[in-house]
Every structure is written in C-alpha cells, then in structure tokens.
Design a protein around this ligand. Structure first.
Ligand code: SF4
Length: 472
C-alpha cells in the first residue's frame, strides 16, 4: 500500500533528504539523533544512523519518523566518536526498508557508510554498465551506484577512489561518508544540494542545514563549496577540490519551501529571503484586501512580508494540526477532503466577512489550493486573493525533488487564469523570476531555476526518473 507522511496534502514538491555527520564527540549517535530530529522536515519516510565503533561501523535504520526508529536502547548500542545520519523522502527508489540510508558496505579499503541527499541523473546508465560487468545491487537507490564505483576503483586511497567515482556521476548531490577513522563530506560541482560545516566545541559537524548546528548548541562555520570534498579525521580537517566548480546553482526551492526558516543558505537567512519574496510579491501583485494570511508553516514568513509591504494586518487564518502522523492516500474526494480538514482548519473568527490575501509558497498540482480555498469560503471569507511566493512550477526536477511527471504540474498545462478558476480564487498571482532572484540576493549568487525555466544545468539523460532503477 502506498503511504505518505504529512506533506501529501501540502500540494508542494515533496521533500528530499537530510544528512548529518559528526566527528570527535563521545556521544556521536545521540547528537546525530537530535540533529535528525531537527532535519525531520526534509524526509519522513525512513531514518538511519551509522557510527564508527571501535572495530567496525555499527548502524541502525528503519522506516518511519526519527522518533519511531530510534529509542534509548538502540542509541546506547551505537557507541562511538563519529557518526552520520540520514532522513529520507524517496526521490529515487521506492519507499522500502531496504532503501533506508545510510548504506553500509565493506570494500578493499575498509568499511564505508554513505548518506546521500539528491539525485544522480545518470545512475540508471551506470547501473546498467555495472550489472553487465557482474555487479549485484541490493537496493534500488542511485546511491548504491556510487558505492559500487568506489569499491571497483583501483586507486590507493578512499579520497582518490571517491574522486574517480565522482567523475562518473552526474546530478545534484550532497554526501556524508563515514569510515572507521574519518568523516567526509562532498557536494556536486554546481552546489545544487546544500551542505554546511559546523563545530561543537572540539567536534566537527556536517549538515544539510545549519539549523541542525543550532539545535546542538554548535556553530555554523561555512558552506561546503561546489565540488569540494572535506576529510575530517584525528589530524583535523582537510579540504580539496574533488571536481572543478561547474557553476553555482543552489536549489532556489530550498529558500521557497524545503529549508527551515532558521537556517542559513548561500550566506542568507531563509526567513529573511521568504519575507523579501512576500514583499516583492506585494509590489508586483498588490490586492485590495482586509488582511493577509499564510499557509502554515512554510508560507508564514512570505505572508508577513506581503502584509508589511502593503501595511495590511497579518493574521493567523489557518491552523495546522502538527500531530497527525501517517495518512494514507485517500481513494475518493470525500475522504481526501476529510484528511485535509484533519491537518488544516480555517479560523472563522478571523476570516468571516473579510477580503483575504492567502499566501502559499507554490502550487504543484492545484488540489491543495482548491481544498484550502474551499475551507476559507466555508468559514465565511468574502474574497480570496491567492498569492504564490514562487514563479509557476512548470518543469520536473531531476536533482533530488520528487516532481518528475510534467503532466501533473498544473502550471505546465494551464494558464494563470485557468489555474485561478480551477482552484476557485478571486485572483491569483505569482512573482516574476527576476523578483524571486532579487529576494534571494541576486542572480549572481547562483541558483538552480530549472523547474521554472526548463533549462537544466546538468543534462538529464533519457529515462531518468524516480523509479527508473526499479523499472529496468
Ligand atoms: S529544478 Fe527546482 S526543485 Fe529541482 S533543484 Fe532546481 S530549483 Fe530545486
């Protein structure tokens, strides 16, 4: 049966994955557990931790939320001073226990654990070749391709074997890797997926987002550069350019939706960028209204910016139930409506008789916007002006976000006016691409815009897609 975590009714692109690593702390597994709780928004299907024990790499992983997979007893058994952790939403490979990460394997240079955020666009081609040459795969993860390439390399050190493997893979990725003696972090040559370096007293930390450092009482040092590999071991930290920088193309959607507002990306606060997006949207598409509300949680910063810019009251008009766990995809419209109501409710006291600006961060299929607008109308809203804080999402993402079917993207099929009519809003507007870039510090900072423009930095081979490794 297909199952989904909260998010299925959010109408957003699905989250990707979160990775974390720590080196040089006596409670490495516990720290990783806390960090994964902080990164839980990046993936809710499975969680895993691998620890460099005295003689081997120990690991535990399973399906579910971090709090469901890890308890005190398991964490006690994962004793060691270095660890990596992973939370997953499947972008390649099914949501199955065998696909939970970190992947742990042994090769000629020792044991290695791998945690991956992103998507390797040529994984299916590499896997075809490796299988033809005799490799046996245990998962349908693109990540396993990297493991095979490393294991088959004749290079004398792990760093060289990894570099050789990286030269063969293409896509958007951030990896954390653990050996019995070291922690490694690396990022794709465009820096599409984020990875940051931090410190906690004497320990080094790596994380998809800097909010994980804050939650541990650590501090953010810097972002890992595109194509950079860092190696942290008993001698300290070394860094080198494993692959030449191909450009700068951080996923703009990290700012719009994926990242937590308390994280820093590309040197900017996610909350501030979202607020600026709201301001620019208000300049470009003002609405005659009595108040502004946002869809919780990811659109609240943009809604606050929109309200501030037009000097309108900013209100809480929708209440989210944070305690709804796993919900199943519902087979009919009536049950889907009920499931949305379980997660979101409109505050009648606030919206009744009012002209409301509703700010959301994106429209993917349009179903959720329609449900939310219906909720607000039932609660008595007089007018609903829908304002989206990102440009129309018109093309699939192949770099680690799960929206790979163009026919499901409403903005690739319909005009703005048709979308407005379909979701039932009184007006609908998006910001311009230039406005979005301005909010994120300018084009020169380097962003991936492929899902807005259809221009892909890393060429996407035929056949790339979420389940390609299972459909072979
Ligand atoms: S295509 Fe869109 S969602 Fe995918 S990495 Fe680029 S900006 Fe992010």
């Amino acid at each position: 049966m297909l199952t989904e975590r909260p998010g299925v009714f959010s109408g957003h692109p699905k989250e990707e994955c979160g990775v974390f690593g720590v080196f040089g702390h006596p409670e490495a597994a516990t720290l990783t557990h806390y960090a994964l709780l902080t990164l839980q928004h990046r993936g809710q299907e499975s969680a895993g931790i691998a620890v460099a024990g005295e003689r081997e790499i120990l690991h535990h992983k399973g399906m579910g939320l971090v709090g469901e997979v890890f308890g005190e007893r398991v964490l006690k058994e994962l004793s060691g001073r270095a660890a990596i952790g992973h939370v997953r939403y499947s972008t390649t490979g099914s949501s199955l226990a065998v696909n939970a990460q970190p992947l742990v394997f042994r090769h000629r240079l020792g044991a290695l654990a791998l945690g991956h955020n992103g998507n390797l666009v040529n994984a299916h081609l590499l896997r075809n070749r490796l299988e033809a040459e005799g490799s046996i795969f245990q998962t349908s993860l693109d990540t396993e391709v990297l493991a095979h390439l490393v294991a088959r390399s004749k290079e004398p050190t792990l760093e060289k074997a990894l570099t050789e493997a990286l030269q063969q893979i293409q896509g958007g990725y951030a990896f954390v890797l653990l050996t019995e003696r070291s922690l490694l972090g690396l990022r794709d040559p465009y820096g599409i997926r984020p990875l940051a370096l931090g410190r906690l007293k004497g320990a080094y930390l790596l994380a998809s987002e800097s909010c994980a450092f804050d939650s541990l009482g650590g501090r953010f040092i810097r972002e890992i550069e595109p194509g950079e590999m860092v190696v942290i071991d008993g001698a300290g930290i070394r860094s080198f350019q494993a692959l030449p920088v191909a450009g700068r193309a951080l996923c703009l959607f990290e700012f719009i939706y994926f990242a937590r507002p308390d994280s820093l990306l590309n040197g900017l606060s996610v909350h501030s960028v979202r607020k600026e997006l709201g301001r620019i949207l208000a300049q470009e598409a003002p609405a005659a209204a009595d108040l502004v509300i946002g869809v919780p949680d990811s659109s609240l910063s943009a809604a606050a910016g929109y309200a501030e810019e037009l000097d309108l009251p900013y209100e809480i008009g929708l209440v989210k139930n944070r305690y709804v766990g796993r919900t199943f995809i519902q087979p009919n419209e009536k049950l889907r409506n009920l499931a949305v109501r379980l997660k979101l409710n409109a505050l009648r006291k606030v919206v009744e008789g009012q002209r409301v600006v509703l700010v959301d961060d994106s429209i993917v299929r349009g179903t959720t916007s329609r449900h939310i607008i219906r909720l607000l109308r039932q609660a008595g809203a007089k007018k609903i002006h829908l304002r989206i804080s990102s440009a129309p999402y018109r093309f699939p993402c192949y770099y680690g976000i799960d929206t790979s079917v163009i026919s499901e993207l409403i903005a690739s099929q319909k005009s703005v006016e048709d979308i407005r009519a379909e979701v039932g809003a009184d007006s609908l507007a998006y910001p311009s691409l230039e406005g979005m870039l301005r909010a994120a510090g300018g084009r020169e900072r380097g962003y991936c815009l492929s899902c807005f423009t259809g221009t892909y930095h890393v060429p996407v081979p035929d056949g790339a897609g979420k389940l390609v490794l299972e459909e072979k």
